[in-house]
Design a protein around this ligand. Structure first.
Ligand code: NAP
Length: 209
């Protein structure tokens, strides 16, 4: 596929672009200040900032190009109608790591059996939003408005624990991302599935597994 990658010079972009190219995609990086001129491309990928993702994605959809977005901390819902009007897809996932998606799925299953849960999400200090998109999505999945604790420290990549408490027992479900290449499989899967998805917004890698 011919792809534009918004944020190709960012931490995730630098890890993912070589993997996408090795998988056979042709990737053009688009950075701050570059014109969002993507008409005719097969797809756009965005790992930028909340404000930039909203603007880049709207521009790409209006040019009739489907988007795969990993940027967290923004609301893609208003762009559902734009994507539908143009007959293209907006796929957004709070986490492109398949292990993290399984962690969320197992947490949702455990929630039926434990009265209380809290979430600890830990990310590199440069992460701009808190709580993380994954923690917010996990909280929604397990219900009962669990407390979310956000840790931002150098040395961390992306980690999350969901701790369930019951009478005389604890259950901890934990996922660790140790390298940003872990997001590549999910992005490649989303790009491959784009043609099968309906026009409009689809949220979450779970929908593709
Ligand atoms: P980062 O290192 O700060 O990279 C963001 C990149 O986007 C930077 O190169 C930045 O350029 C660039 N940028 C900012 N505005 C732009 C614009 N208007 N057009 C094009 N590029 C623009 O951040 P990151 O760690 O790569 O993370 C990026 C986003 O992905 C965050 O929201 C993060 O939470 C999210 N994320 C999601 C997943 C997932 O699985 N869904 C995984 C990891 C991260 P400058 O440096 O020049 O400002």
């Amino acid at each position: 596929m011919n792809i534009a990658f918004f944020g190709a010079e960012g931490k995730v972009g630098r890890a993912l672009v070589p993997v996408l190219e090795r998988a056979g995609h042709t990737v053009r990086g688009i950075e701050i200040g570059d014109a969002v001129d993507v008409a005719g491309l097969d797809a756009c990928v965005d790992f930028t900032t909340p404000d930039a993702a909203a603007e880049n994605t709207r521009a790409a959809l209006e040019q009739g190009v489907s988007c795969v977005v990993g940027t967290t901390g923004w609301d893609p819902q208003p762009l559902d109608a734009v994507a539908r009007e143009r007959g293209v897809t907006l796929f957004v996932a709070p986490n492109f790591s398949i292990g993290a998606v399984l962690m969320m799925r197992f947490a949702a299953e455990a929630a039926a059996f434990f009265p209380r849960a809290e979430i600890i999400e830990l990310h590199n200090e440069a992460k701009k939003d808190a709580p993380s998109g994954t923690a917010a999505a996990t909280a929604k999945l397990i219900g009962n408005d669990p407390q979310v604790h956000s840790v931002r420290l150098p040395g961390l990549v992306a980690h999350q624990e969901v701790i369930f408490g019951g009478e005389g027992q604890l259950l901890t479900i934990r996922h660790d991302t140790t390298a940003r290449e872990s997001f590549a499989d999910g992005v490649l899967l989303a790009l491959a599935k784009l043609p099968e998805l309906p026009p409009g917004l689809t949220v979450g890698l779970d929908a593709l597994l």
